[in-house]
Write a protein that binds this ligand. Structure first.
Ligand SMILES: Cc1ncc(COP(=O)(O)O)c(C=O)c1O
Length: 360
């Protein structure tokens, strides 16, 4: 039987565990648009409780929870401030502009991290010619910023500045629980600085589908209206909420294993000539550059793939690996051994042609 590849392309590739499948199979169901799916209600209650907020709303994706987060804080002609490499700005098709008539204004961060001083003077004066600055969006952990945990004091200061100036705050917490586990700061403490928080169940937590937007009762009531208009109101949604509920109950603490595994990969990359680690991982994301002498990142990805390890090219010279629930320590150690061998393959020119479409 052919051996399965070690799939490090993303933490979204996990498949439900046997116990999670059982939870899905036996979940009580109802019509969630009518508000009576007990599994969705249980998930929403637990998500709100874990984040220390009044309410939450289940949706199919992190893109939708982010975009509805923007939608409830901004009107057409408003803008939000964010970090230049954040997901909301770069990887959601500018949906805030397409769907809500809103503009995103990026500030340049250091691997996803902004300093409070950068916000000074960023609020536009009230003037018929200008956009209205309404919202600050942060991302924690920061995907493109090597899964970095935001410095807590900066987050606190940025959000205090925003609130002092009448702005709202939204957190893209697709990997907030990674940040909580890595920092020892609870998810609710991180969330306390934000008006709304988006969390994803389908990333590190290992559920097949789903995200939640969490916030005050009033903002979630408003979000519910928009979810309907965006096409995200689902009927017997407990079928998927059950996986998310199981993930929230059982898969948070184990994220520390993924972080330890990322460190094993990072050490192997650091020890390999021709590869340059962006930074030691705080959490489960490892990003490195491939020396141009070895060829483009796509060749590196192809050499790894030929040796049974899947990673993702994030740019012409940049590769990302993400650890998760479906990669064991043995798999990670296998990948760590394959990395220097793949570089050798590139040096000796024996790699097959890169056939993978560019993913960046
Ligand atoms: C930081 C971040 N936010 C939001 C999303 C969007 O999530 P989804 O793919 O569920 O739309 C992702 C997806 O990878 C992400 O990494």
């Amino acid at each position: 039987m052919e051996q399965e590849s070690v799939d490090l392309r993303s933490d979204t590739v996990t498949r439900p565990t046997a116990d999670m499948r059982q939870a899905i199979l036996t979940a009580p169901l109802g019509d969630d648009v009518m508000g009576d799916d007990p599994t969705v209600l249980a998930l929403e209650e637990l998500a709100a409780e874990m984040l220390g907020k009044e309410a939450s709303l289940f949706m199919p994706s992190g893109t939708m929870t982010n975009q509805i987060g923007v939608r409830i804080h901004c009107k057409p002609g408003d803008e939000f401030l964010c970090e230049t490499n954040c997901h909301i700005l770069n990887y959601e098709q500018g949906a805030f502009a397409q769907l809500s008539g809103v503009v995103g204004r990026p500030l340049i961060g250091d691997r996803g991290v902004l300093q409070p001083e950068q916000f000074e003077g960023m609020i536009r004066p009230e003037n018929d010619h200008l956009l209205r600055t309404r919202l600050v969006c942060l991302e924690n952990t920061h995907n493109r910023g090597v899964g970095r945990v935001q410095p807590y004091d900066s987050v606190e200061a940025i959000c205090a500045w925003a609130h002092d100036h009448g702005l709202r705050t939204h957190l893209d917490g697709a990997r907030l629980f990674n940040a909580a586990v890595a920092s020892g700061i609870t998810a609710s403490r991180w969330a306390s600085h934000f008006d709304t928080v988006s969390i994803c169940f389908s990333k590190g937590l290992g559920a097949p589908v789903g995200s939640a937007l969490v916030g005050s009762r009033d903002s979630i009531k408003e979000a519910r209206r928009h979810r309907k208009a965006f096409g995200g109101a689902m009927r017997q949604a407990g079928v998927i909420a059950a996986g998310a509920l199981f993930a929230l109950q059982h898969h948070v603490d184990r994220l520390s294993q993924d972080h330890a595994h990322a460190r094993i990969l990072a050490d192997a990359i650091e020890a390999t000539e021709g590869l340059k680690l962006h930074a030691l991982p705080d959490t489960n994301i490892v990003i490195f550059d491939v020396d141009p002498a070895l060829g483009p990142a796509l060749d590196m990805v192809a050499a790894l793939r030929d040796a049974g390890v899947l990673m993702l090219a994030l740019g012409p010279a940049m590769v990302r690996a993400v650890t998760h629930l479906d990669v064991s320590e043995a798999g990670v150690r296998q990948a760590a051994e394959v990395i220097p061998r793949a570089v050798q393959e590139l040096l000796t020119g024996r790699t097959s042609e890169a056939s993978q479409a560019a993913s960046y």
